[in-house]
Ligand binder design. Structure first.
Ligand code: SF4
Length: 332
């Protein structure tokens, strides 16, 4: 499946020729009693060096599970992920430990992800100690350098995580993720738990760090306005399935899939005139259970365009316009 891009990104320069991460037919199912929960049901994506791919969808659509499975925090049910050409799932424990230096994660809730009994120095220094990167005076210098990189300072090193605000805690989480100089970071809803006023600061910090350090991000979120701001391309998921992928600007200007159209119609536009006159698409019903997803198109129970074919056949993922992919029978 070709998910390559051919245009230059709006926010960062990256080469479309060199995928850093390649994901092929990735599935992650969980056993729940006697039943199977299909959290991720077939993910195909190339993520290029220096690129940010936004991964969006409602809560429970499988996006966080996808991020964790890509990093092998969960073992996959099926499929393959390669990082710099090496299969992530075929690494031995010691090889995986080395690979993990290059692939890090920033977590959603900075309150929950940082140990309240550890000092900031301990939190950021822990990965340095596990991988025996530096010790003694150099360790302290490295921690101060990381704190300064994320907009904090050396005096913060001796304090405990609970002494910081939400935005500062997320900066500590980012410093910890950067300690091993990774190339790829899965940002799992890194701004969802923060006040709106702080969200833009954290997103700007991530963008700055990307250009300074050549980082590649998978940015998971449900806030579509921030995703547009940071992402080069955006992938929309629904009930474990990919529904649309395009350049960020294209997706927001011309969404093809009925689910993407509904998601975008709920994003506020900062122009009262346009905001007043535009049409909102209200999705009917609840998201079905991933234990028993609908036949054919998984979105059909909520789609205003559903037809007979949608219950019978799963729509094929295809490139409808250059670099613009979707899975919907309206485009077959
Ligand atoms: Fe709607 Fe059918 Fe397209 Fe699914 S395949 S989004 S049900 S029109």
């Amino acid at each position: 499946m070709n998910t390559n891009k051919s245009a230059v990104s709006k926010s960062t320069e990256y080469s479309k020729e060199i995928p850093l991460v390649q994901i092929r037919n990735l599935k992650k199912y969980f056993q729940v009693g006697n039943q199977v929960l299909q959290a991720v049901d077939g993910l195909d994506l190339d993520i290029y060096r220096g690129e940010t791919v936004g991964l969006v969808g409602e809560s429970g659509c499988g996006k966080s599970t996808a991020g964790r499975t890509i990093l092998r925090l969960y073992e996959p049910t099926e499929g393959e992920v390669t990082f710099e050409g090496a299969n992530v799932y075929k690494q031995s424990t010691s090889q995986l430990k080395q690979m993990r230096k290059q692939m890090q994660m920033i977590f959603q809730d900075p309150y929950a992800s940082l140990n309240p009994r550890m000092t900031v120095e301990h939190i950021i220094g822990e990965p340095l100690d596990i991988h025996r990167i530096v010790s003694g005076k150099q360790r302290r210098e490295k921690i101060v350098e990381l704190l300064e990189l994320v907009g904090l300072n050396g005096e913060h090193a001796n304090r405990f995580a609970h002494e910081f605000s939400g935005g500062q805690r997320q900066r500590i989480g980012i410093a910890r993720a950067l300690a091993l100089q990774p190339k790829f970071i899965v940002c799992d809803e890194p701004i969802s738990a923060l006040d709106v006023s702080i969200q833009a600061q954290v997103v700007n910090l991530l963008k700055d760090l990307q250009s300074k350090m050549g980082l590649t991000y998978l940015f998971i979120a449900h806030d579509l306005s921030m995703v547009k701001y940071i992402s080069d391309r955006v992938l929309v998921m629904y009930l474990g399935n990919m529904v649309e992928l395009a350049e960020s600007d294209t997706l927001y200007r011309e969404p093809l899939h009925p689910y993407t159209q509904a998601l975008l119609s709920a994003v506020p536009i900062p122009d009262p005139e346009i905001e007043r006159n535009r049409e909102r698409i209200v999705l009917q019903g609840d998201v079905p259970s991933p234990i028993n997803p609908p036949s054919g198109c998984v979105f059909r129970t909520r789609c205003a365009h559903a037809k007979e074919q949608c219950a019978k056949e799963k729509p094929v993922w295809k490139e409808v316009k250059p670099d613009h992919f979707t899975a919907c029978h309206l485009y077959n």
